[in-house]
Write a protein that binds this ligand. Structure first.
Ligand SMILES: [Zn+2]
Length: 223
């Protein structure tokens, strides 16, 4: 049974939450489930992110679907349906991009990430969606590292790290947590060495990212 609700009170001492359901509780059905004993009713509670998704996110989403359409020729609507299904199987939740839908920023980002993952996996070039890509946001760089695609040109990439280890430090004890990473193809990595790291990062407006131990494990980086 699923209900929408409003939280009306919380007592931190007993960690007890009071909620008001938007519709009447179906006691009859609960009695059927619990054989008449309602002293031990259990369930999950999902509290939603009130910041609803932005028009910019939606524009990016549809632009990316259009890029996929250009590569495979499936209509954007049917592609949209596929991603909604993917989203459901990953998160167990339905998502809607309709204007009046209560989709949060976080949920919309999760949906966009599924699309970007798909595009990297299937080598779909970013065209319409390219300018809208959140290059200033670290998850774009994270995904480039994850898929080993150059964050500049999309070619096969290696993991590159910037921030030189200071002199006098023991090289054996390099802490990978101090590096910032980006994914760069051979050509672009070579260019970094030719023109210097700072010039290179400025030229392509790259923001390398720090990765914590969990991320590095997931991305199979370093040791
Ligand atoms: Zn490249």
């Amino acid at each position: 049974m699923e209900y929408s609700l409003k939280v009306v009170g919380y007592d931190p001492k007993s960690n007890t939450l009071q909620v008001k359901l938007d519709e009447k509780l179906n006691v009859e059905r609960l009695n059927t489930y619990y054989l008449g004993d309602l002293s031990n009713v259990q369930g999950n509670l999902t509290l939603s992110d009130p910041r609803s998704s932005t028009p910019k996110q939606k524009a990016l989403y549809w632009a990316l679907l259009n890029d996929i359409y250009e590569k495979f020729g499936n209509g954007s609507e049917s592609t949209h349906e596929r991603f909604k299904e993917k989203y459901f199987s990953k998160y167990g939740l339905k998502i809607s991009t309709k204007n009046n839908a209560e989709t949060s920023v976080e949920e919309m980002n999760n949906l966009i990430e599924l699309v970007i993952d798909f595009m990297f996996e299937w080598g779909v070039p970013f065209k319409k969606g390219y300018e809208l890509l959140p290059r200033d946001e670290s998850y774009f760089y994270y995904l480039c590292l994850k898929h080993r695609k150059c964050c500049i040109c999309g070619q096969h990439a290696d993991v590159c790290h910037v921030d030189v280890v200071g002199s006098g430090r023991n090289r054996k004890s390099i802490d990978h947590g101090e590096f910032r990473f980006y994914a760069g193809c051979r050509t672009h990595h070579q260019e970094e060495h030719t023109i210097g790291t700072n010039n290179f990062l400025n030229k392509y407006k790259i923001t390398p990212i720090k990765l914590n131990e969990d991320d590095r494990k997931k991305l199979r980086i370093g040791g």
